[in-house]
Design a protein around this ligand. Structure first.
Ligand code: ADP
Length: 541
Protein backbone atom coordinates (compact mmCIF):
# COMPACT_ATOMS: atom_id res chain seq x y z
CA UNK A 1 0.00 0.00 0.00
CA UNK A 2 1.31 3.46 -0.93
CA UNK A 3 1.45 6.26 1.61
CA UNK A 4 -0.83 9.18 0.97
CA UNK A 5 1.51 12.09 1.50
CA UNK A 6 2.58 14.79 -0.92
CA UNK A 7 5.30 14.24 -3.44
CA UNK A 8 7.21 17.36 -2.43
CA UNK A 9 10.46 17.74 -4.34
CA UNK A 10 13.46 18.28 -2.09
CA UNK A 11 15.18 21.09 -3.97
CA UNK A 12 17.56 23.85 -2.94
CA UNK A 13 15.17 26.63 -3.79
CA UNK A 14 12.93 25.47 -0.91
CA UNK A 15 15.78 26.14 1.49
CA UNK A 16 16.44 29.62 0.13
CA UNK A 17 12.72 30.48 0.10
CA UNK A 18 12.50 29.31 3.72
CA UNK A 19 15.41 31.54 4.79
CA UNK A 20 13.92 34.50 2.96
CA UNK A 21 10.40 33.99 4.31
CA UNK A 22 11.33 33.36 7.92
CA UNK A 23 14.72 34.92 8.55
CA UNK A 24 15.01 37.75 6.01
CA UNK A 25 16.90 40.06 8.36
CA UNK A 26 19.49 37.61 9.62
CA UNK A 27 22.95 38.69 8.55
CA UNK A 28 25.61 37.41 6.20
CA UNK A 29 28.97 39.02 6.89
CA UNK A 30 31.92 38.81 4.51
CA UNK A 31 35.45 39.94 5.23
CA UNK A 32 36.43 41.50 1.90
CA UNK A 33 39.90 41.17 0.35
CA UNK A 34 40.82 44.70 1.53
CA UNK A 35 39.85 43.83 5.11
CA UNK A 36 36.62 45.83 5.12
CA UNK A 37 33.41 44.08 6.02
CA UNK A 38 30.38 43.61 3.76
CA UNK A 39 27.07 42.93 5.48
CA UNK A 40 23.69 42.04 4.10
CA UNK A 41 20.84 39.63 4.84
CA UNK A 42 19.19 36.40 3.72
CA UNK A 43 16.61 38.60 1.94
CA UNK A 44 19.46 40.10 -0.09
CA UNK A 45 20.88 36.67 -0.87
CA UNK A 46 17.43 35.71 -2.08
CA UNK A 47 16.83 38.70 -4.34
CA UNK A 48 20.35 38.79 -5.78
CA UNK A 49 20.31 35.00 -6.37
CA UNK A 50 17.07 35.42 -8.30
CA UNK A 51 18.61 38.18 -10.41
CA UNK A 52 21.68 36.08 -11.04
CA UNK A 53 19.67 32.95 -11.86
CA UNK A 54 17.53 34.90 -14.32
CA UNK A 55 20.66 36.22 -16.05
CA UNK A 56 22.41 32.87 -16.47
CA UNK A 57 20.40 32.06 -19.59
CA UNK A 58 21.93 35.13 -21.21
CA UNK A 59 25.35 33.50 -20.82
CA UNK A 60 24.05 30.49 -22.72
CA UNK A 61 23.75 28.38 -19.58
CA UNK A 62 21.08 25.72 -19.78
CA UNK A 63 19.73 23.27 -17.21
CA UNK A 64 22.35 20.65 -16.42
CA UNK A 65 25.28 22.81 -17.56
CA UNK A 66 28.23 23.01 -15.19
CA UNK A 67 29.06 26.46 -13.88
CA UNK A 68 32.44 26.75 -12.19
CA UNK A 69 33.36 28.96 -9.25
CA UNK A 70 36.93 30.04 -8.45
CA UNK A 71 36.73 32.02 -5.25
CA UNK A 72 37.32 32.35 -1.52
CA UNK A 73 34.43 32.28 0.96
CA UNK A 74 32.28 35.34 0.33
CA UNK A 75 28.74 36.51 -0.34
CA UNK A 76 28.98 36.28 -4.12
CA UNK A 77 30.09 32.66 -3.77
CA UNK A 78 27.07 32.12 -1.51
CA UNK A 79 24.78 33.58 -4.18
CA UNK A 80 26.30 31.17 -6.70
CA UNK A 81 25.63 28.29 -4.27
CA UNK A 82 21.91 29.07 -4.61
CA UNK A 83 21.43 30.79 -7.98
CA UNK A 84 23.19 28.14 -10.06
CA UNK A 85 21.34 25.04 -8.77
CA UNK A 86 18.03 26.86 -8.39
CA UNK A 87 18.27 27.83 -12.08
CA UNK A 88 18.69 24.14 -12.95
CA UNK A 89 22.45 24.25 -13.61
CA UNK A 90 25.23 22.60 -11.59
CA UNK A 91 27.48 24.57 -9.25
CA UNK A 92 31.00 23.26 -9.72
CA UNK A 93 33.32 24.64 -7.04
CA UNK A 94 36.94 24.65 -8.20
CA UNK A 95 39.67 24.22 -5.62
CA UNK A 96 41.81 27.30 -6.15
CA UNK A 97 44.78 25.68 -4.43
CA UNK A 98 45.23 22.88 -6.94
CA UNK A 99 47.97 23.16 -9.54
CA UNK A 100 47.10 24.78 -12.91
CA UNK A 101 47.47 21.37 -14.59
CA UNK A 102 45.08 19.70 -12.15
CA UNK A 103 42.58 22.53 -12.52
CA UNK A 104 42.79 22.42 -16.31
CA UNK A 105 42.14 18.68 -16.15
CA UNK A 106 39.12 19.15 -13.86
CA UNK A 107 37.60 22.00 -15.89
CA UNK A 108 38.02 19.94 -19.07
CA UNK A 109 36.56 16.85 -17.41
CA UNK A 110 33.56 18.77 -16.05
CA UNK A 111 33.15 20.74 -19.31
CA UNK A 112 32.32 23.93 -17.42
CA UNK A 113 30.31 26.30 -19.60
CA UNK A 114 31.13 29.39 -17.55
CA UNK A 115 33.39 30.10 -14.58
CA UNK A 116 32.84 32.82 -11.97
CA UNK A 117 36.28 34.04 -10.93
CA UNK A 118 37.09 36.27 -7.98
CA UNK A 119 39.21 39.09 -9.39
CA UNK A 120 41.92 38.81 -6.75
CA UNK A 121 42.49 35.29 -8.05
CA UNK A 122 42.68 36.32 -11.67
CA UNK A 123 46.45 35.78 -12.13
CA UNK A 124 46.07 32.28 -10.71
CA UNK A 125 43.15 31.60 -13.02
CA UNK A 126 44.94 32.99 -16.08
CA UNK A 127 47.64 30.35 -15.59
CA UNK A 128 44.89 27.73 -15.68
CA UNK A 129 43.15 29.27 -18.69
CA UNK A 130 46.42 29.14 -20.64
CA UNK A 131 46.22 25.35 -20.38
CA UNK A 132 42.59 25.01 -21.54
CA UNK A 133 41.85 24.01 -25.12
CA UNK A 134 38.65 26.07 -24.97
CA UNK A 135 38.18 28.74 -22.31
CA UNK A 136 34.65 28.92 -20.86
CA UNK A 137 32.80 32.22 -20.42
CA UNK A 138 34.39 34.09 -17.50
CA UNK A 139 32.48 36.27 -15.04
CA UNK A 140 34.62 38.41 -12.72
CA UNK A 141 33.65 39.62 -9.27
CA UNK A 142 34.97 41.33 -6.16
CA UNK A 143 37.47 43.46 -8.06
CA UNK A 144 38.33 46.94 -9.11
CA UNK A 145 36.15 48.32 -11.89
CA UNK A 146 37.92 48.09 -15.23
CA UNK A 147 40.23 45.27 -14.15
CA UNK A 148 42.47 44.17 -17.01
CA UNK A 149 42.82 40.61 -18.21
CA UNK A 150 44.19 38.85 -21.23
CA UNK A 151 41.19 36.51 -21.14
CA UNK A 152 38.67 37.02 -23.88
CA UNK A 153 34.95 36.67 -23.32
CA UNK A 154 34.75 38.05 -19.79
CA UNK A 155 31.98 40.01 -18.15
CA UNK A 156 31.32 41.58 -14.79
CA UNK A 157 29.23 39.95 -12.06
CA UNK A 158 27.52 43.14 -10.92
CA UNK A 159 26.48 43.97 -14.51
CA UNK A 160 24.95 40.53 -14.75
CA UNK A 161 23.03 40.98 -11.49
CA UNK A 162 21.90 44.47 -12.52
CA UNK A 163 20.48 43.05 -15.74
CA UNK A 164 18.60 40.24 -13.93
CA UNK A 165 15.14 40.23 -12.41
CA UNK A 166 14.31 39.64 -8.75
CA UNK A 167 10.77 38.62 -9.67
CA UNK A 168 12.16 35.69 -11.65
CA UNK A 169 10.15 32.50 -11.10
CA UNK A 170 12.34 29.56 -10.20
CA UNK A 171 12.04 26.82 -12.80
CA UNK A 172 10.51 23.53 -11.69
CA UNK A 173 13.39 21.14 -11.02
CA UNK A 174 13.14 17.46 -10.23
CA UNK A 175 14.74 16.55 -6.92
CA UNK A 176 17.03 14.04 -8.61
CA UNK A 177 18.57 16.69 -10.86
CA UNK A 178 22.24 17.44 -10.25
CA UNK A 179 22.91 20.59 -8.18
CA UNK A 180 26.61 20.56 -7.31
CA UNK A 181 29.87 19.04 -8.43
CA UNK A 182 32.95 18.69 -6.22
CA UNK A 183 36.16 16.93 -7.08
CA UNK A 184 38.08 15.22 -4.30
CA UNK A 185 41.27 17.06 -3.53
CA UNK A 186 43.30 14.13 -4.79
CA UNK A 187 45.02 13.29 -1.52
CA UNK A 188 45.26 9.69 -2.65
CA UNK A 189 45.14 9.91 -6.44
CA UNK A 190 43.67 11.77 -9.38
CA UNK A 191 40.75 14.07 -8.52
CA UNK A 192 37.35 12.41 -8.97
CA UNK A 193 33.99 14.16 -9.21
CA UNK A 194 31.11 13.74 -6.78
CA UNK A 195 27.89 14.96 -8.38
CA UNK A 196 25.28 15.88 -5.76
CA UNK A 197 21.56 15.99 -6.48
CA UNK A 198 19.05 18.47 -5.02
CA UNK A 199 17.56 15.63 -3.01
CA UNK A 200 20.90 14.41 -1.64
CA UNK A 201 21.93 17.94 -0.59
CA UNK A 202 18.53 18.70 0.92
CA UNK A 203 18.68 15.54 3.02
CA UNK A 204 22.31 16.23 3.92
CA UNK A 205 21.22 19.67 5.13
CA UNK A 206 18.69 18.07 7.46
CA UNK A 207 21.40 15.59 8.49
CA UNK A 208 23.86 18.38 9.39
CA UNK A 209 21.20 20.04 11.49
CA UNK A 210 20.36 16.98 13.56
CA UNK A 211 21.14 17.85 17.15
CA UNK A 212 23.48 14.85 17.42
CA UNK A 213 25.34 16.28 14.42
CA UNK A 214 26.25 19.96 14.01
CA UNK A 215 22.75 21.03 15.06
CA UNK A 216 22.79 24.66 13.90
CA UNK A 217 20.00 26.77 15.40
CA UNK A 218 18.55 30.19 14.63
CA UNK A 219 20.71 31.98 17.20
CA UNK A 220 24.00 30.64 15.80
CA UNK A 221 26.65 32.61 13.98
CA UNK A 222 28.48 30.10 11.81
CA UNK A 223 31.86 30.68 10.23
CA UNK A 224 32.95 28.12 7.66
CA UNK A 225 36.73 28.46 7.59
CA UNK A 226 36.57 25.32 5.48
CA UNK A 227 36.64 26.76 1.97
CA UNK A 228 33.52 26.96 -0.13
CA UNK A 229 35.58 25.21 -2.82
CA UNK A 230 35.97 22.18 -0.56
CA UNK A 231 33.04 19.74 -0.21
CA UNK A 232 30.44 22.55 -0.36
CA UNK A 233 31.93 24.11 2.78
CA UNK A 234 30.71 20.94 4.53
CA UNK A 235 27.14 21.91 3.59
CA UNK A 236 27.18 24.68 6.22
CA UNK A 237 25.80 27.49 4.02
CA UNK A 238 22.70 25.40 3.26
CA UNK A 239 22.38 24.30 6.88
CA UNK A 240 22.52 27.95 7.99
CA UNK A 241 19.81 28.97 5.54
CA UNK A 242 17.62 26.10 6.73
CA UNK A 243 18.11 27.06 10.39
CA UNK A 244 17.96 30.83 9.88
CA UNK A 245 21.43 31.23 11.35
CA UNK A 246 23.87 34.01 10.53
CA UNK A 247 26.95 33.36 8.42
CA UNK A 248 30.40 34.86 8.60
CA UNK A 249 32.52 34.33 5.50
CA UNK A 250 36.20 35.08 6.14
CA UNK A 251 37.26 35.73 2.53
CA UNK A 252 41.01 35.25 2.02
CA UNK A 253 41.82 36.17 5.64
CA UNK A 254 42.61 32.77 7.07
CA UNK A 255 45.72 33.50 9.13
CA UNK A 256 45.29 32.77 12.84
CA UNK A 257 45.37 36.44 13.92
CA UNK A 258 42.66 37.41 11.45
CA UNK A 259 40.51 34.42 12.39
CA UNK A 260 40.80 35.19 16.11
CA UNK A 261 39.80 38.79 15.44
CA UNK A 262 36.82 37.82 13.29
CA UNK A 263 35.57 35.22 15.78
CA UNK A 264 35.68 37.71 18.66
CA UNK A 265 34.32 40.67 16.70
CA UNK A 266 31.45 38.84 15.01
CA UNK A 267 30.56 36.65 17.99
CA UNK A 268 31.01 33.42 16.03
CA UNK A 269 29.35 30.51 17.85
CA UNK A 270 30.27 27.73 15.40
CA UNK A 271 33.55 28.03 13.52
CA UNK A 272 34.39 25.04 11.31
CA UNK A 273 37.70 23.99 9.79
CA UNK A 274 40.47 21.41 9.48
CA UNK A 275 42.82 20.68 12.43
CA UNK A 276 45.73 22.73 11.03
CA UNK A 277 43.57 25.84 11.26
CA UNK A 278 42.82 25.15 14.91
CA UNK A 279 46.46 24.37 15.69
CA UNK A 280 47.32 27.81 14.32
CA UNK A 281 44.53 29.52 16.25
CA UNK A 282 45.57 27.87 19.50
CA UNK A 283 49.20 28.99 19.06
CA UNK A 284 47.94 32.50 18.26
CA UNK A 285 45.72 32.68 21.33
CA UNK A 286 48.57 31.57 23.57
CA UNK A 287 50.55 34.61 22.45
CA UNK A 288 47.67 37.08 21.96
CA UNK A 289 44.79 36.03 24.22
CA UNK A 290 41.28 37.09 23.19
CA UNK A 291 37.81 36.48 24.50
CA UNK A 292 36.40 33.72 22.31
CA UNK A 293 33.76 32.58 24.78
CA UNK A 294 31.18 33.11 22.00
CA UNK A 295 32.16 29.70 20.59
CA UNK A 296 29.70 27.00 21.60
CA UNK A 297 31.08 24.32 19.25
CA UNK A 298 34.39 24.33 17.43
CA UNK A 299 33.78 21.97 14.51
CA UNK A 300 36.81 20.12 13.25
CA UNK A 301 37.04 17.56 10.49
CA UNK A 302 38.80 16.68 7.27
CA UNK A 303 41.67 15.06 9.18
CA UNK A 304 42.10 13.61 12.66
CA UNK A 305 42.08 16.22 15.42
CA UNK A 306 44.95 15.37 17.79
CA UNK A 307 43.66 14.45 21.23
CA UNK A 308 46.17 16.85 22.81
CA UNK A 309 44.68 19.76 20.89
CA UNK A 310 41.13 18.81 21.92
CA UNK A 311 42.26 18.76 25.52
CA UNK A 312 44.05 22.10 25.16
CA UNK A 313 40.96 23.78 23.69
CA UNK A 314 38.60 22.34 26.28
CA UNK A 315 40.72 22.84 29.37
CA UNK A 316 42.82 25.93 28.61
CA UNK A 317 40.41 27.90 26.41
CA UNK A 318 37.11 26.45 27.62
CA UNK A 319 36.02 25.88 24.01
CA UNK A 320 33.91 22.75 23.35
CA UNK A 321 35.31 20.74 20.44
CA UNK A 322 33.10 18.71 18.10
CA UNK A 323 35.10 16.32 15.95
CA UNK A 324 33.53 15.03 12.73
CA UNK A 325 34.50 12.69 9.91
CA UNK A 326 33.38 12.96 6.34
CA UNK A 327 34.37 12.82 2.72
CA UNK A 328 33.55 14.72 -0.45
CA UNK A 329 31.78 11.52 -1.54
CA UNK A 330 29.45 11.82 1.50
CA UNK A 331 28.37 15.40 0.78
CA UNK A 332 30.48 15.31 3.15
CA UNK A 333 29.17 14.56 6.68
CA UNK A 334 29.37 10.98 8.00
CA UNK A 335 30.01 10.85 11.73
CA UNK A 336 30.12 13.28 14.64
CA UNK A 337 31.73 12.79 18.03
CA UNK A 338 29.73 14.14 20.93
CA UNK A 339 29.83 12.87 24.46
CA UNK A 340 26.81 10.73 25.32
CA UNK A 341 25.00 10.30 28.58
CA UNK A 342 27.04 7.20 29.52
CA UNK A 343 30.26 9.24 29.18
CA UNK A 344 29.24 11.77 31.83
CA UNK A 345 30.77 9.85 34.68
CA UNK A 346 34.12 9.43 32.91
CA UNK A 347 37.19 11.27 34.17
CA UNK A 348 38.10 14.19 31.89
CA UNK A 349 41.10 12.38 30.41
CA UNK A 350 38.81 9.65 29.07
CA UNK A 351 36.40 12.25 27.68
CA UNK A 352 39.14 13.61 25.41
CA UNK A 353 39.70 10.05 24.19
CA UNK A 354 36.05 9.84 23.19
CA UNK A 355 36.17 13.21 21.46
CA UNK A 356 39.32 12.24 19.59
CA UNK A 357 37.39 9.41 17.95
CA UNK A 358 35.61 10.25 14.73
CA UNK A 359 32.21 9.65 16.25
CA UNK A 360 28.80 8.16 15.65
CA UNK A 361 27.21 7.85 12.18
CA UNK A 362 24.47 10.44 11.88
CA UNK A 363 20.98 9.20 11.05
CA UNK A 364 20.96 8.66 7.29
CA UNK A 365 24.44 7.14 7.09
CA UNK A 366 24.71 3.34 7.37
CA UNK A 367 28.16 2.09 8.21
CA UNK A 368 29.94 -1.25 8.34
CA UNK A 369 33.51 -2.40 8.82
CA UNK A 370 34.77 -5.05 6.44
CA UNK A 371 37.94 -7.04 7.14
CA UNK A 372 40.63 -8.23 4.71
CA UNK A 373 38.70 -11.40 3.86
CA UNK A 374 35.56 -9.46 3.00
CA UNK A 375 33.68 -10.30 6.21
CA UNK A 376 31.86 -7.75 8.31
CA UNK A 377 33.89 -7.07 11.46
CA UNK A 378 32.19 -6.90 14.88
CA UNK A 379 31.75 -3.56 16.64
CA UNK A 380 34.07 -4.45 19.50
CA UNK A 381 36.40 -1.46 19.39
CA UNK A 382 39.31 -3.65 18.26
CA UNK A 383 38.48 -5.35 14.97
CA UNK A 384 39.74 -3.20 12.14
CA UNK A 385 38.66 -3.10 8.56
CA UNK A 386 37.63 -0.87 5.71
CA UNK A 387 34.81 1.54 6.45
CA UNK A 388 31.94 1.17 4.02
CA UNK A 389 28.90 3.41 3.94
CA UNK A 390 25.59 3.86 2.19
CA UNK A 391 22.80 6.39 2.44
CA UNK A 392 20.84 9.05 0.56
CA UNK A 393 23.76 11.51 0.48
CA UNK A 394 26.46 8.95 -0.31
CA UNK A 395 27.92 8.74 -3.83
CA UNK A 396 26.64 5.99 -6.13
CA UNK A 397 29.24 6.49 -8.84
CA UNK A 398 31.83 9.09 -9.77
CA UNK A 399 31.02 11.67 -12.41
CA UNK A 400 31.90 10.32 -15.85
CA UNK A 401 33.65 7.27 -14.49
CA UNK A 402 32.50 3.65 -14.51
CA UNK A 403 31.77 2.39 -10.99
CA UNK A 404 34.91 0.37 -10.22
CA UNK A 405 34.95 -2.44 -7.64
CA UNK A 406 37.70 -0.69 -5.68
CA UNK A 407 35.20 2.09 -4.89
CA UNK A 408 31.82 0.35 -4.78
CA UNK A 409 30.82 -3.11 -3.58
CA UNK A 410 28.54 -5.47 -5.50
CA UNK A 411 25.92 -5.16 -2.75
CA UNK A 412 25.68 -1.36 -3.01
CA UNK A 413 28.08 0.13 -0.44
CA UNK A 414 30.67 2.84 -1.00
CA UNK A 415 34.21 1.83 -0.06
CA UNK A 416 35.68 4.83 1.73
CA UNK A 417 39.31 3.70 1.64
CA UNK A 418 39.53 4.57 5.33
CA UNK A 419 40.40 1.92 7.87
CA UNK A 420 38.95 1.89 11.34
CA UNK A 421 37.12 0.15 14.13
CA UNK A 422 33.70 0.64 15.72
CA UNK A 423 33.23 0.52 19.48
CA UNK A 424 30.24 -1.37 20.93
CA UNK A 425 28.52 2.01 21.52
CA UNK A 426 28.88 2.94 17.83
CA UNK A 427 31.87 5.30 17.85
CA UNK A 428 34.09 5.12 14.80
CA UNK A 429 37.85 5.35 15.25
CA UNK A 430 39.78 5.91 12.03
CA UNK A 431 43.16 4.26 12.13
CA UNK A 432 44.28 5.19 8.65
CA UNK A 433 43.61 5.37 5.00
CA UNK A 434 44.11 1.99 3.35
CA UNK A 435 47.16 3.21 1.52
CA UNK A 436 48.70 4.99 4.51
CA UNK A 437 48.65 1.97 6.82
CA UNK A 438 52.07 0.50 7.53
CA UNK A 439 52.49 -3.25 7.36
CA UNK A 440 55.56 -4.24 9.33
CA UNK A 441 56.50 -7.88 9.79
CA UNK A 442 52.92 -8.83 8.90
CA UNK A 443 51.42 -6.53 11.55
CA UNK A 444 49.54 -3.31 10.92
CA UNK A 445 50.79 -0.03 12.36
CA UNK A 446 48.55 3.04 12.34
CA UNK A 447 50.30 6.16 11.07
CA UNK A 448 47.48 8.31 12.46
CA UNK A 449 47.93 6.94 15.98
CA UNK A 450 51.68 7.59 15.89
CA UNK A 451 51.13 11.12 14.54
CA UNK A 452 48.63 11.87 17.29
CA UNK A 453 50.96 10.69 20.02
CA UNK A 454 53.90 12.60 18.58
CA UNK A 455 51.76 15.75 18.44
CA UNK A 456 50.76 15.09 22.03
CA UNK A 457 54.36 15.77 23.07
CA UNK A 458 54.67 19.39 24.24
CA UNK A 459 57.80 19.99 22.14
CA UNK A 460 56.18 18.92 18.84
CA UNK A 461 53.64 20.97 16.88
CA UNK A 462 53.19 18.76 13.86
CA UNK A 463 54.14 15.27 12.81
CA UNK A 464 53.59 12.90 9.91
CA UNK A 465 54.35 9.22 9.57
CA UNK A 466 54.79 7.28 6.34
CA UNK A 467 55.67 3.71 5.45
CA UNK A 468 59.10 3.14 3.96
CA UNK A 469 60.28 -0.13 2.40
CA UNK A 470 62.40 -2.37 4.55
CA UNK A 471 64.21 -5.50 3.43
CA UNK A 472 63.52 -7.37 6.65
CA UNK A 473 60.09 -6.13 7.76
CA UNK A 474 58.61 -5.18 4.33
CA UNK A 475 57.70 -1.74 5.69
CA UNK A 476 58.75 0.39 8.63
CA UNK A 477 57.29 3.70 9.87
CA UNK A 478 59.30 6.88 9.31
CA UNK A 479 58.29 10.01 11.21
CA UNK A 480 58.95 13.63 10.45
CA UNK A 481 58.21 16.25 13.08
CA UNK A 482 58.22 20.01 13.55
CA UNK A 483 59.56 21.29 16.87
CA UNK A 484 57.31 23.66 18.85
CA UNK A 485 58.69 27.18 18.75
CA UNK A 486 59.81 28.23 22.20
CA UNK A 487 59.80 24.74 23.74
CA UNK A 488 62.95 23.08 25.05
CA UNK A 489 64.31 21.21 21.98
CA UNK A 490 63.41 17.55 22.22
CA UNK A 491 65.72 14.76 21.03
CA UNK A 492 64.85 11.85 18.75
CA UNK A 493 65.53 9.46 21.60
CA UNK A 494 63.10 11.28 23.89
CA UNK A 495 60.40 11.08 21.23
CA UNK A 496 61.05 7.39 20.68
CA UNK A 497 60.74 6.84 24.43
CA UNK A 498 57.50 8.83 24.41
CA UNK A 499 56.08 6.53 21.71
CA UNK A 500 57.41 3.40 23.38
CA UNK A 501 55.50 4.31 26.53
CA UNK A 502 52.26 3.96 24.56
CA UNK A 503 52.83 1.45 21.76
CA UNK A 504 54.50 -1.92 21.20
CA UNK A 505 58.20 -1.69 20.38
CA UNK A 506 57.74 -2.58 16.71
CA UNK A 507 55.49 0.49 16.27
CA UNK A 508 58.23 2.93 17.24
CA UNK A 509 59.80 4.46 14.10
CA UNK A 510 63.50 3.69 13.72
CA UNK A 511 63.92 7.10 12.27
CA UNK A 512 62.42 10.43 13.33
CA UNK A 513 63.56 13.47 11.36
CA UNK A 514 63.00 17.07 12.42
CA UNK A 515 61.86 19.34 9.61
CA UNK A 516 60.97 23.03 9.37
CA UNK A 517 57.52 22.32 7.97
CA UNK A 518 55.38 19.46 6.79
CA UNK A 519 53.95 19.51 3.26
CA UNK A 520 50.17 20.03 3.20
CA UNK A 521 47.56 19.38 0.54
CA UNK A 522 45.42 22.11 -0.97
CA UNK A 523 42.98 21.73 1.89
CA UNK A 524 45.53 21.66 4.70
CA UNK A 525 45.96 17.91 5.24
CA UNK A 526 49.32 16.21 5.65
CA UNK A 527 50.40 15.54 2.07
CA UNK A 528 51.79 12.03 2.26
CA UNK A 529 52.26 11.83 -1.51
CA UNK A 530 54.76 14.69 -1.28
CA UNK A 531 56.37 13.34 1.91
CA UNK A 532 56.93 10.00 0.17
CA UNK A 533 58.47 11.81 -2.78
CA UNK A 534 60.74 13.81 -0.47
CA UNK A 535 61.82 10.56 1.14
CA UNK A 536 62.52 8.98 -2.27
CA UNK A 537 64.59 12.07 -3.18
CA UNK A 538 66.72 11.47 -0.08
CA UNK A 539 65.56 14.55 1.82
CA UNK A 540 65.37 12.68 5.12
CA UNK A 541 68.73 10.88 4.84
P1 ADP B 1 40.57 13.94 -0.19
O1 ADP B 1 40.17 12.51 -0.37
O2 ADP B 1 41.00 14.54 -1.41
O3 ADP B 1 41.47 14.19 1.01
P2 ADP B 1 38.23 14.70 1.30
O4 ADP B 1 38.29 16.03 1.86
O5 ADP B 1 36.97 14.20 0.79
O6 ADP B 1 39.26 14.71 0.14
O7 ADP B 1 38.85 13.76 2.37
C1 ADP B 1 38.17 12.74 3.01
C2 ADP B 1 39.14 11.97 3.86
O8 ADP B 1 39.67 12.80 4.89
C3 ADP B 1 38.53 10.82 4.57
O9 ADP B 1 38.42 9.70 3.72
C4 ADP B 1 39.50 10.61 5.71
O10 ADP B 1 40.63 9.86 5.29
C5 ADP B 1 39.95 12.01 6.03
N1 ADP B 1 39.20 12.53 7.18
C6 ADP B 1 38.14 13.36 7.18
N2 ADP B 1 37.75 13.65 8.43
C7 ADP B 1 38.58 12.98 9.27
C8 ADP B 1 38.70 12.86 10.68
N3 ADP B 1 37.90 13.51 11.52
N4 ADP B 1 39.66 12.06 11.15
C9 ADP B 1 40.50 11.38 10.34
N5 ADP B 1 40.46 11.47 8.99
C10 ADP B 1 39.50 12.25 8.46
Amino acid sequence: MQGLMMDYPLTMERILEHANRLYPRKRITTVLPDGNVHRYTWADVHSRSKRLASALGGLGIEPGDRVGTFAWNNYQHLELYFAVPCSGAVCHTLNIRLSPDQLAYIIGHAEDKAIFVESTLLPRFEAVAARLSRCPRIVLFNGEPGIRTALSDTCCYEDLIAGGSDTFEWPVIGEDAAMGLCYTSGTTGEPRGALYSHRSMFLHTLGVNQSNAVGIVESDVVMPVVPQFHAMAWGLPYACAAAGAELVLPGPHLNPGALARTIAKEGVSIPAGVPTIWTGLYEELKVNPRDISCIRALIVGGAAMPRSLIEAYETELDVPVVHAWGMTELSPLGTVSRLQRHHRALPDADKWDVKARQGVPICGVDMRIVDDSGNEAPWDGRSMGEIQVRGPWVIESYYRQDPAPDHFTADGWFRTGDVGAMSPDGFLTITDRTRDLIKSGGEWISSVALENTLMGHPAVTEAAVIAVSDAKWTERPLAIAVRSPGAVPVTVEALRAHLASVYPKYWVPDKIVFVAQIPKTSVGKLDKKVIRRQYAEGQFD
